[in-house]
Write a protein that binds this ligand. Structure first.
Ligand code: APR
Length: 307
């Protein structure tokens, strides 16, 4: 198993570190456009392997030749948000970056599975899909796992219970219009509305929608990366170990939920071939309305992509 991470910034480096620490690959390649950064970070990580007890070989590089024949490529290259910016403000610059990165990745790893992390997420996955020409099972985006993790962590905090016992789902685009689904949220098998008032649920949903911005405002110089990289790892692990996890990912839709030719967060089965199934669930009128609102936001951004 060879996994490449493009972008050796906060998200990319932390993702590579988690891959190496968990020995999810024999070889992990960290690539960035800046000379020295991926080499320095990869060497530092490699020197931590004796303490961690992992034999994952970590290589830092600026040369796509070193990424040859990767099984999985995680794309995190691009600008992060600064305070006052929305993810959408990153569109033009990050489309250009993701386009050039995807062209190079595809040249050296024509059979790879691509996981996109750069924002605005749903538009970046669409860019990578169009540029790569890969089948839909091999291009998808990480957003829903992070949004759901935030939602679950806030519920755990509110109820004073283990994060492990909270099962939940966030649908839609990775933006302030995302759609957390309290009706499908379980705490140790108990539906969330049995345990919390509507007012508290609404507050948690709102905090989840703005969860990325909350971190940006605190950090001031960049955006979230610990939870981001942990979320990527859940997807990577499910591919590497063919675990068939059901995770919310930005997947290509061909009529599911009434949407076509676009990427948006939906529950999917992730295994060794990538996205193996898109799950559809029954939504009430309210939930459908929120999803439509989110889909419109994604479509608006897609219409601005110039490849
Ligand atoms: N090729 C390779 N790497 C690039 C390129 C490129 N064309 N352009 C930029 N990069 C690298 C930068 O040099 C930097 O090291 O991408 C890295 C981005 O790292 P950070 O600035 O630390 O940003 P990070 O927090 O990692 O976020 C990356 O993920 O979650 C999203 O919104 C976030 O779009 C952002 C992306």
């Amino acid at each position: 198993m060879k996994i490449t991470v493009i972008g050796a910034g906060n998200v990319g480096a932390t993702t590579a570190q988690r891959i190496a620490d968990m020995e999810l690959a024999n070889e992990c390649v960290l690539l960035d456009i800046v000379e020295g950064t991926p080499q320095g970070k990869a060497l530092d990580m490699w020197e931590s392997m004796p303490c961690i007890g992992s034999d994952c070989h970590i290589v830092g590089t600026n040369d796509y030749k070193d990424t040859k024949d990767s099984d999985i490529v995680v794309i995190t290259a691009g600008l992060p948000r600064k305070p006052g910016m929305s993810r959408d403000d990153l569109l033009t610059k990050n489309v250009a970056i993701v386009k050039s990165v995807t062209e190079q990745v595809v040249k050296y790893s024509p059979n790879a599975i691509l996981i996109i992390v750069s924002n605005p997420l749903d538009a970046m996955v669409y860019t990578a899909f169009k540029v790569s020409g890969f089948p839909t099972n091999r291009v998808f985006g990480m957003a829903g796992v992070l949004d759901t993790a935030r939602y679950r962590s806030f519920i755990a905090l509110e109820l004073g219970v283990s994060t492990k016992d909270i099962q939940a789902l966030v649908l839609g685009g990775h933006g302030d219009t995302m759609v957390p689904l309290p009706r499908y949220t379980m705490v140790g098998g108990i539906p969330l509305p049995e345990l919390l008032s509507q007012e508290r649920i609404d507050a948690i949903v709102e905090r989840t929608r703005k969860g990325g911005g909350e971190i940006v405002n605190l950090l001031k110089t960049g955006s979230a990366y610990y939870a981001t990289s942990a979320a990527v790892i859940e997807m990577v692990e499910s591919i590497v170990k063919d675990k068939k996890r059901i995770l919310p990912c930005a997947a290509y839709l061909t009529g599911e939920y009434g949407y076509n030719d676009m990427f948006m967060g939906v529950p999917v089965k992730i295994g060794k071939t990538g996205v193996e199934k898109v799950f559809e669930l029954t939504l009430n009128d309210d939930e459908k309305g929120m999803l439509e609102n989110s889909a419109n936001a994604v479509r608006n951004l897609m219409s601005e992509i110039k490849l």
